[in-house]
Design a protein around this ligand. Structure first.
Ligand SMILES: C[S@@+](CC[C@H](N)C(=O)[O-])C[C@H]1O[C@@H](n2cnc3c(N)ncnc32)[C@H](O)[C@@H]1O
Length: 221
């Protein structure tokens, strides 16, 4: 018997239909945004940013933030925010009451995708195409600064020194040294603590994945 489906690839239209159905079933504004991204941004590598490992790391951050500092947060700055997945995960969680999230990334191609993904909260969400080393942090008056891309930036402590003293931060890095875009991995949680040198540590943990371990710190600079 021959298959009706000669093309083994899953079409964009089929992915959009499926996600629209999942969004109707789950009532999740984030999944609705994901369907819109699939339809409107054919070049975005949203499947990488939304794969189960990336999602596990973002849910880990979300739950640790909730348990460590609670769900009422004014302004959140997400650096290296990519397609805005973490912002969407935080907005989509009813435990949180968030004033505003600003997602910042040096890659100019990602901001429009992040805005589409977070379309349900666009009055409280913005995506900026900026270098995190050149941001006017005093002006942003962030209640929480998140950087889950620490393995991607050359001088972590140099960047932390740009934040106002006492700023609350959530940091993630990993020991995935073999990935070429990871220019600043750490070998262990202790090495990450040593690299960040936070003035106050509220949480430190490790999340083993199949190929690498992700590390997270929550504290104050
Ligand atoms: C691959 S992504 C995110 C990986 C990480 N696991 C995550 O999901 O949080 C890393 C992002 O950091 C951004 N990035 C790297 N250097 C940056 C800088 N100096 N300022 C702002 N964004 C930067 C890149 O453009 C990229 O979108």
């Amino acid at each position: 018997m021959t298959s009706q489906h000669s093309d083994a690839s899953f079409s964009r239209e089929a992915a959009f239909d499926l996600l629209r159905g999942v969004s109707a079933f789950t009532h999740s504004p984030l999944i609705k945004g994901l369907a819109e991204v699939v339809a409107r941004h054919p070049d975005a590598e949203i499947g990488v940013a939304f794969n189960h490992k990336q999602i596990a790391c973002k849910m880990w951050a979300r739950d640790a933030v909730y348990e460590t500092i609670g769900g009422e947060i004014g302004t959140i700055l997400v650096l290296g925010g990519w397609y805005g997945v973490l912002a969407g995960i935080l907005f989509d969680d009813a435990r949180f009451t968030i004033g505003k999230i600003v997602s910042v990334d040096i890659d100019e191609t990602v901001a429009s995708v992040a805005r589409t993904l977070n379309g349900a909260w666009i009055d409280r969400f913005n995506a900026l195409s900026e270098d995190m080393y050149a941001l006017p942090y005093q002006d942003h008056k962030a209640d929480l600064v998140v950087n889950t891309s620490c393995e991607h930036i050359a001088d972590l402590r140099g960047w932390l020194d740009l934040l106002p003293k006492g700023t609350r931060v959530v940091l993630q890095s990993n020991d995935y040294f073999s990935e070429p875009t990871h220019i600043n991995c750490v070998a262990s949680l202790d090495a990450f603590k040593e690299q960040a040198k936070l003035s106050r540590l509220l949480y430190g943990g490790s999340l083993p994945q199949k190929k690498y371990t992700r590390f997270m710190l929550i504290g104050e600079v």
